[in-house]
Every structure is written in C-alpha cells, then in structure tokens.
Write a protein that binds this ligand. Structure first.
Ligand code: NAP
Length: 484
C-alpha cells in the first residue's frame, strides 16, 4: 500500500513552457509549486523579443496551448505582442502569477539528501523534490566577434535587447545578420528608415509566409464553434509536423521537394539578377533553420535598401567598415546575430549525484535521455533539453509533450514509494548513439553553419519524426530508469 507524497516542485522560467508546466502540475493535484523567474514579468522569448516586425512564423491557431484555444488571433501568423498578451491572459485565468517569484535568477542547484537545494540571486530557497527547467533555447544573445563596437557613436543593440526609446524613422540603419529575426525587422522598418544596409554573411532560403488578417466573420465562427478551432489546431499541427518537420529529417521526400520548389520560386521573384545571385544560398534548403517571410525580398528591392555581402572589418565611430575599405555611415546598428542555443539553463551551477556537475557531464556537448532527463541528475526534468525537437514546428506542442513525459515520472515520485528517479547511463548512451546514427540522414548535416550545431560539431536537434517524438513522450520506458 503506497500513500501519495506531498511534493514540492520548482519550475525555472516563467515563459510559455513554465506557465504551462505550472498549470498542468496543479491540474494533476500538485499544488506546492514555485516558478523562479529572473526578470520582473512573464513571457520569456515573447517578452524579450520586441523588435519591429516580431511575428511567430507558425500559424497562430497551431501556436497555442492545446488546452487554451483562442478565437481572437488577428492574422494567420500573429505578431509577438499578441502572443505575449495570450500568455498573460492564460496566466491570469489560471492565477499563475501567485506562484511566480520574480527577480529570482536561479544560480545553484545541488542534489543532496534526495532533494534539490536551490539558490537564487536573492538567497537560499530551500529543498525541492523535483526541478523543471523551462528556460528556453533562444535565450542568450550572441554579440558579434567584430572589433570596435564601443567606438561607434550611434546606438547599437541586440535584437533581444531592443531599445524602445530609439526611433528608426529617417535614420541610416545597419542590420547585421540574415536569420528569422533580421528578415522580420528588415521587412518592418524599410518603409520608415532613410537608408537600410543589411550585412549578410550567409544567404538564406526563404519560404513565402501566409500572412493574411483573419476576418471578423471567421473569428465569429471560431467563437461560436470550438470544434472548428480544434480542427484548425489539428490541421496546422499535422501540416507542420508530418510534412514540414518530416521533410527536414528526411522522412518525407515529397514534402521536401515541395519546400525546395517553393523556396526557389520565391527567390525567382527578385527581379535584379545581381541581387538574386547574392541572395542565393550555396547549401541545401532546410540546412539552416527555415525562414518564412512575406516581405523580405520586396524590402531589399526598395531604392533605400542595400544588401552588403562584403565581410565586416570593424565598427567605427561613424558606422561599419567592410573589408573592401568602404565605410557604411550609420546612425543605428541592429545586431540580429542570434543566440547561444547550447547554454540552455547555464550559467546556473547544477551539481547532481556524487558531486557531478552538469558542466562536467556536458563537457563534450549537451547530452541527456530523450531530451528531458540526464543520468546522475535525479528528479531534474528539462523542457527543451539536449536534442529537443527545435525544427520549425510549434514549440508549445513540443513543450507540452516533454512536460507530459516528465509528469509521468513526477507522478511516480508522488505515488510510487519512490524519492529518486533518473535514467540509467546505458539507456542514455543508447539514446545518444541512436541520435548520432540518425543525424547524418537529416538536412542539418549537409554542410552549413547553423545554431543547431554546437561548438563540438554535434547537432542539437531531434533527428526523427514528430510522430516518433510524440510516441516516445507518451509513456516512459520504465526499464530505462533507475529508482530509489
Ligand atoms: P540566427 O538564425 O542565428 O541568425 C543570426 C544571423 O547573424 C546569421 O545570419 C549569422 O550569419 C549572423 N551573424 C552572426 N554573427 C555574425 C558576425 N560576426 N558577422 C556577420 N554576421 C553574423 O538568429 P535569429 O535570426 O535571431 O534567429 C534565431 C532563431 O530564433 C530562428 O532560427 C528561429 O528559430 C527563432 N525565431 C523565430 C521567429 C519566428 O517567427 N518564430 C522569429 C525570430 C526568431 P551566418 O548565417 O553566416 O552564421
């Protein structure tokens, strides 16, 4: 006869994943849960990314919690501000903020006496039965390794640290980078700036983005019939997961060919052959994270826009000097230079069983078991751990799947006379060997640089289909875990 234990759980991060984890833990009857959030508001990536044009490139009726449909999305792909409002609304409805400790950056987590002992920037927080990390992947901005930034007289900032007080209207603006962020900014600001210089190191493949407003009549239909909303959610999830994501991992050659054709046809719309040649990538479609845009190519064809492909030599007082000796005079420099996606929840210091640190465990690259757990770090559950699916499908869906897997393990802690649960080392090793064996089949491995690849050359994504991910997350393989 077992009795349910009363668990005390910490969630790290009050972004989309942390909010969802709290709601679902409460739904499972686990009430003693605290979210530690280093900032002073919730929202994660949608709070941090406020640059002009910020939009989700997954259609909104698919980019939402499965349990919180929303009839009000204004466009096929909603602006970031609307997504942030959605997260705030869901948090309000479920009284999430009552459990958030703002201004607490978790700095240490130590496993001893079968508990995690947490320390935040505000001091010791005591002992927890389990920790869920929900710290996001695109979180730590990368500053470019280009000399002279302090010499620049104008304003310069990273896209995730946008300075709202700086107006771009009528200014000479330089944007460095050609990822999803840069392409959205360029499309949004080209109409208001005096001159826009886009500094491109590598050209990108770009799919056209469906971006129509959703008419009021359609919203009314969604409001009146929740089944319609659910149908739309399922349709988008299927399109993204079984076609798009499957194409990237080599599991749907027909969908992959369709993607290549769509990218090539999109590029062919650039009229000037010289500009088109500069915008033509030299690697396979999908090797870098796909970009979707409905206005980037148009923006670059405007008379006040210039695509600069010469390498950057340095920043100077008056702008950016390229390697051909030319000075590009600028008032504002936007660093759309991406994120360190492999740092995950670090610099937090995490020490597991036997004094083993996460830094030591991951010295040769981040590795876990099925992206959620790590051997020797019992009761430590990651949403967005190593080899999570970080392709082009809804992160919210991925996070819910990973949480559901973690919850099965947490319920074992609550109901199963178990105080410690971690994957066996052999199971993690087998998982990581399978990952390494499969990755060469994916388009990420076809020879390009991308944020999927860590400094050791490992590709940090899920190399199988979404269907396999969902099946793996549905129920843990219990023999792969050791319990105490
Ligand atoms: P990113 O895709 O990593 O792009 C960074 C860009 O900066 C690249 O073009 C890179 O060039 C360039 N760069 C970096 N250092 C440089 C240097 N020293 N000199 C010149 N160029 C440099 O970053 P991101 O655009 O912020 O996007 C990151 C991810 O966030 C996306 O892939 C996507 O998953 C997510 N995101 C999603 C949305 C959405 O709509 N859902 C919107 C924005 C972002 P190289 O290519 O040569 O390395």
């Amino acid at each position: 006869m077992t009795r349910a234990r009363k668990l005390r759980i910490a969630i790290i991060g009050a972004g989309a994943s942390g909010i969802m984890a709290l709601i679902k833990l409460r739904e499972a009857g686990i009430e003693d849960v605290t979210i530690y959030e280093k900032a002073d508001t919730l929202g994660g990536t949608w709070r941090d990314n406020r640059y002009p044009g910020v939009t989700c490139d997954v259609p909104s009726h698919g980019y939402r919690y499965s349990f919180e449909p929303n009839a009000e999305w204004s466009r096929v792909c909603a602006p970031g501000t609307e997504i942030l409002d959605y997260l705030k609304d869901v948090a309000r409805k479920h009284n999430v903020e009552a459990s958030i400790r703002y201004g607490h950056e978790v700095t240490r987590a130590d496993w001893r006496d079968r508990h995690w002992h947490l320390e935040t920037s505000k001091g010791d927080q005591g002992a927890f039965d389990a920790v869920i990390t929900a710290t996001g992947i695109l979180h730590h901005p990368v500053m470019p390794d280009i000399p002279g930034l302090d010499d620049f007289d104008g304003e310069a900032f990273h896209t995730a640290r946008w300075k709202d007080e700086v107006s771009l209207a009528g200014k000479r603006v330089g944007v460095i980078g050609t990822g999803s962020t840069a392409t959205q900014i360029v499309g949004a600001v080209v109409g208001e700036v005096a001159h826009l210089s886009l500094f491109q190191r590598t050209a990108q493949w770009i799919l056209p983005l469906p971006q129509a407003p959703i008419p009021e009549e359609q919203k009314a239909l969604y409001r009146a019939d929740p089944a319609l909303l659910e149908q739309e959610y399922q349709r988008i999830s299927f399109e993204n997961n079984s076609k798009f994501a499957a194409a990237i991992v080599g599991a749907n050659p027909g969908a992959y060919r369709a993607m290549v054709t769509a990218c090539e046809e999109n590029l062919a719309r650039v009229a000037d052959p010289v500009l088109r040649a500069k915008l033509t990538p030299s690697y396979a479609v999908g090797c870098k994270r796909m970009i979707l845009s409905d206005n980037f190519y148009e923006a670059l064809q405007r008379p006040n826009a210039e695509l600069v492909t010469e390498g950057i030599e340095r920043f100077e007082r008056d702008g950016i000097r390229t390697k051909d000796g030319r000075l590009h005079p600028l008032d504002v420099i936007v660093l759309a230079t991406g994120f360190n996606t492999h740092q995950l929840f670090r610099p937090m210091e995490v020490t597991g069983r036997g004094g083993k640190t996460m830094d030591a465990a991951w010295a040769k690259g981040n590795e876990g078991y099925k992206a959620v757990t790590v051997p020797d770090f019992p009761n430590w559950f990651m949403i967005g751990g190593p080899n999570s699916p970080i392709g082009n499908f809804s992160w919210l869906l991925t996070a819910e799947n990973q949480f559901n897997f973690a919850l099965k393990l947490i319920l074992k802690l609550r109901d199963g006379n178990v105080s410690e649960i971690a994957p066996k080392r052999e199971a993690a090793q087998a998982f990581n060997e399978a990952v390494r064996a499969k990755l060469p089949d994916t388009v990420w491995a076809t020879g390009c640089q991308s944020w999927y690849i860590d400094p050791h050359g490992n590709i940090a994504s899920w190399p199988w289909t979404y269907e396999k991910f969902e099946a793996d997350m549905r129920e843990p393989v219990w023999e792969d875990f050791e319990v105490a």
